[in-house]
Design a protein around this ligand. Structure first.
Ligand code: PDD
Length: 285
C-alpha cells in the first residue's frame, strides 16, 4: 500500500508528496516537529505533544499554521489513511518557502506543514525491551536551545550513527562537566544503587520529553523515590538500572553503557514495570 502524506493542505501518495527546494526547513533547518505514538489507531498524549509544539513554535516565532482542532483532525486523518494501528505520526512545521535569506522571510510567508504516519513492528520493539539495549556515550555538541524540538538534528544524527557503528542502539550525550544530558533521540534515566530514579532536570540543555513527563507522573503516583538532577557517566556505569524514554519506544531498558554491563546486565525491574504500566497513565484519544 502506498503511503499517504499530508502536505500543505493536501493528502498525497508518497511519490507526489514534495516540498519546495526553497523551504526554510530544507535550507536552514528552520522548523519544528513532533512525534506522537499511535496505539490502536489512537493518539497517545496528544495534548502534551501539542502543548510542546506551541512552545517550540513560540520560541522560534513561527506562526501556528492552523488551529489546534484542525491540526488534530489532520493528524488523525493521516493515521487513518495510512491504516496505522500501532506506530507513530510525524508532524513538521517550517517557517515556509521564501527566497534564501538568513533573516525571517516576509510576514505573509505561510508556514509549511507535513504530516506522515507509519506502523511500528511491535513484536520487534517488545523483543528489544525484553533484551534491553546497548548505549554508548559521546560528547554533546548540540546548540544551546535543544529544549526547542527543532528539525536541526545534525549532532543527534552523528551521535546515533556512532552508536550504530559500535553496535549500540542509542548514544547518551555528555556535557562538559561529564554529566549526561539525554539520548540522541530519547531522555536518559538511571536507578541508583539505593533505588532512586534519577533524570536530568528540564532546562535549555534537554528536550522536555512527553514520555519523561508521564513517567514522572507514574513514579510520583506510586510513591517511588525520584530525584531530578544531572548524573555523571561514572554514576551511570555503577547504576542498578538504566533506561531511555521516548514516544516511539516508550520505556526501553539499557543493559550496557560503553560496553559495561548495567546492574546484572539484564533489563531492570523498575524499567520493565514502567514500560508495562505506561499506557494506563498516558492519555489516549
Ligand atoms: N525523539 N530527547 C530527544 C533529543 C528526542 O529526540 C526525543 C524524542 C526525546 C523524547 O521525547 P518524547 O518522549 O516526547 O518522545 C528526548 C523522537 C521520538 C524522534 O525524534 O523521533
Amino acid at each position: 500500500m502506498s503511503r499517504i502524506a499530508y502536505v500543505n493542505g493536501r493528502y498525497l501518495p508518497d511519490a507526489q508528496a514534495k516540498v519546495a527546494i526553497d523551504d526554510r526547513g530544507y535550507q536552514f533547518a528552520d522548523g519544528v516537529y513532533e512525534v506522537c505514538e499511535v496505539r490502536g489507531g489512537r493518539l497517545v498524549d496528544e495534548r502534551r505533544h501539542m502543548a510542546r509544539l506551541d512552545y517550540s513554535l513560540n520560541e522560534l516565532r513561527i506562526a501556528r499554521p492552523m488551529s489546534a482542532a484542525a491540526l488534530s483532525i489532520v493528524l488523525r486523518e493521516t493515521v487513518r489513511r495510512n491504516r496505522v494501528r500501532d506506530g507513530i505520526v510525524y508532524l513538521q512545521i517550517t517557517r515556509g518557502v521564501a527566497r534564501r535569506d538568513f533573516a525571517f522571510p516576509p510576514t505573509d510567508t505561510r508556514p509549511a506543514v507535513v504530516v506522515t504516519a507509519r506502523s511500528n513492528d511491535l513484536a520487534r520493539l517488545e523483543q528489544l525491551a525484553t533484551e534491553g539495549i546497548a548505549v554508548i556515550t559521546v560528547p554533546d555538541i548540540r546548540w544551546q536551545r535543544v529544549d526547542i524540538k527543532s528539525v536541526a538534528l545534525l549532532a543527534n544524527v552523528l551521535a546515533k550513527q556512532t552508536a550504530r557503528e559500535q553496535g549500540a542502539r542509542e548514544a547518551w550525550l555528555v556535557d562538559e562537566a561529564g554529566r549526561i544530558t539525554e539520548g540522541a533521540s530519547s531522555n536518559a534515566w538511571i536507578v541508583s544503587r539505593d533505588g532512586k530514579l534519577i533524570t536530568r532536570p528540564l532546562g535549555r540543555d534537554i528536550l522536555s520529553g512527553i514520555t519523561r513527563s508521564v513517567v514522572i507522573d507514574v513514579i510520583k503516583g506510586q510513591g517511588l523515590a525520584f530525584e531530578e538532577r544531572a548524573f555523571t557517566v561514572e554514576e551511570a556505569y555503577g547504576a542498578r538500572e538504566a533506561f531511555v524514554t521516548s514516544a516511539s519506544q516508550i520505556v526501553l531498558p539499557v543493559v550496557s553503557i560503553d560496553g559495561r554491563p548495567i546492574g546484572n546486565g539484564a533489563p531492570g525491574l523498575i524499567a520493565t514495570a514502567l514500560r508495562r504500566d505506561y499506557h494506563r497513565h498516558a492519555e489516549i484519544s
